[in-house]
Design a protein around this ligand. Structure first.
Ligand code: UD1
Length: 419
């Protein structure tokens, strides 16, 4: 078992390059199986979740070459349409193979997904969308099973703007004759990247990034080359780290528009933020003030940055309030932050934080972003923090400790002896 040892109190300085987005790469990898032509994907981060998606695609018959951050995907030999439980349980995003397989082959069987334990995360909105397009979906023990019946473009209204449902339904509608109108769609940048990728392959999709997406059915898709957008959550994580260590860091290779909610909130606390095309500089301050945050669908404040901001606000004088509107059970990091001396009261979806000092402790990452939040807490705390359950962190951050080291953090990864 690996742990991270973080010695707090070092100001971060220098520059860090942001990788391609995990949450954009995963649906794009799923969508690559919709063409029998060769797909080349650049800027794919080297993460455990990406390896799981590679294994999932290979289990269906795809041939994949991985060269650093580039994937070459050949889906001309797909002969299976079933994603097994052993893969689906490891990552919720494996559900995206449902829309892609239904779209190209008109049949799919995908085990109900796992992933971060941050709420019940049902699939009802995805399933209703598939059914509305004309797919028969049945519930087998542990699996969703789908078959094309009378598939046609239709108007679909999502109950809530679910990111995954928007992506899945977009893929399932690419070949549906006529026009599909997807209303109350999620507007996240990763959906725009999926649209751009599908359109490069020959799909006809407009409107991603707005709440109504139009998909005109096409007959085939060809191979293409595409570069994945930069990861706004990874960028946000380094920005908060720079602020809370009172550092001075250039975060490079970012899309500034995607960072606006984080830039606005950090600015409100008193961090100095300078932007230049493709890069942002965060300069820490001595006197931060408390702030309030509500997580919302894009372009609101991202739920995937909630835990990291909480670590920061735990060390910011005054009372801050965080409302988690997206997931019902996304405060598992609170218990670990309390071990470090944080004062946080939870009432349902609301966390009330009284800022003070944190002290190093032994803590456990309960999910991916909670893991990132604990690193940030450790960077700002007095003494040593030891973080275990790094498997969660490895799912979504590439060599994160080395990148913090390069900014001057005292952080090492160690193997401990299992009992
Ligand atoms: C994606 C992101 C995840 C991010 C989340 C919200 C990927 C791979 N993951 O997850 O990092 O935290 O968006 O920005 O891109 N819901 C239902 N029924 C459904 C589908 C969703 O009730 O059929 C609910 C969920 O339980 C949750 C909310 O909708 O409460 C939002 O979930 P959704 O937007 O679907 O998140 P994911 O696509 O799973």
């Amino acid at each position: 078992m690996d742990i991270l040892r973080v010695m707090g109190g070092h100001r971060l300085k220098g520059s860090v390059n942001i990788n391609g987005s995990k949450n954009a790469a995963l649906p794009i990898m799923a969508a690559s199986l919709m063409s029998s032509g060769e797909v080349i994907l650049n800027d794919v981060p080297e993460l455990e979740d990406i390896s799981v998606m590679i294994r999932a695609l290979e289990s269906l018959g795809a041939h994949i070459k991985r060269e650093g951050h580039t994937l070459i995907i050949d889906s001309s030999h797909i002969h299976r349409f079933q994603v097994d439980e052993s893969i689906a349980r490891r990552m919720r995003a494996s559900n995206l193979l449902m829309g892609a397989l239904l779209g190209r082959f008109g049949q799919a069987r995908v085990a109900y997904p796992g992933g971060c334990a941050i709420g019940s995360r049902p699939m009802d909105i995805h399933i209703k969308g598939f059914q509305r397009l004309g797919y028969d979906i049945s519930d087998l023990p542990g699996y969703m099973d789908g078959r094309a019946n009378q598939v046609n473009g239709r108007e679909i209204m999502l109950d809530i703007p679910s990111v995954g449902a928007t992506e899945n339904i977009m893929m399932a509608a690419v070949f549906a004759p006529g026009q599909t109108l997807l209303r109350n769609a999620a507007r996240e940048p990763e959906i725009v990247d999926l649209q751009n990728f599908l359109n490069r392959m020959g799909a006809r999709i407009r409107g991603a990034g707005l709440d109504c997406i139009r998909i005109d059915g096409v007959k085939t898709l060809r191979g293409t080359e595409h570069s994945v957008i930069s990861d706004r959550i990874e960028a946000g994580t380094f920005m908060v780290a720079a602020a809370l260590t009172r550092g001075d860091v250039w975060v490079e290779n970012v899309i500034l528009e995607h960072l606006q909610p984080v830039i606005a909130k950090l600015g409100e606390t008193g961090a100095e933020i300078m932007t230049r095309p493709g890069r942002v500089r965060v300069i820490g301050n001595r006197n931060y003030s408390a702030t309030d945050i509500k997580t919302m669908p894009y372009p609101g404040f991202p739920t995937d940055m909630q835990a990291q901001m909480m670590s920061f606000l735990c060390m910011t004088p005054g009372t801050s309030v965080i409302v988690e509107n997206i997931f019902e059970n996304r405060f598992m990091h609170v218990q670990e932050l309390r071990r470090m001396g944080a004062e946080i009261k939870i009432e349902g979806r609301v966390a009330i934080i009284s800022g003070g000092k944190l002290k190093g402790a032994a803590v456990e990452a309960s999910d991916l972003r909670a893991g990132a939040a604990l690193i940030l807490a450790g960077l700002g705390a007095e003494g040593e923090t030891r973080i275990s359950r790094l498997d969660h962190l490895d799912r979504g951050y590439e060599r994160i400790h080395e990148r913090f080291q390069a900014l001057g953090a005292d952080i090492v990864r160690e193997r401990t002896v299992d009992n």
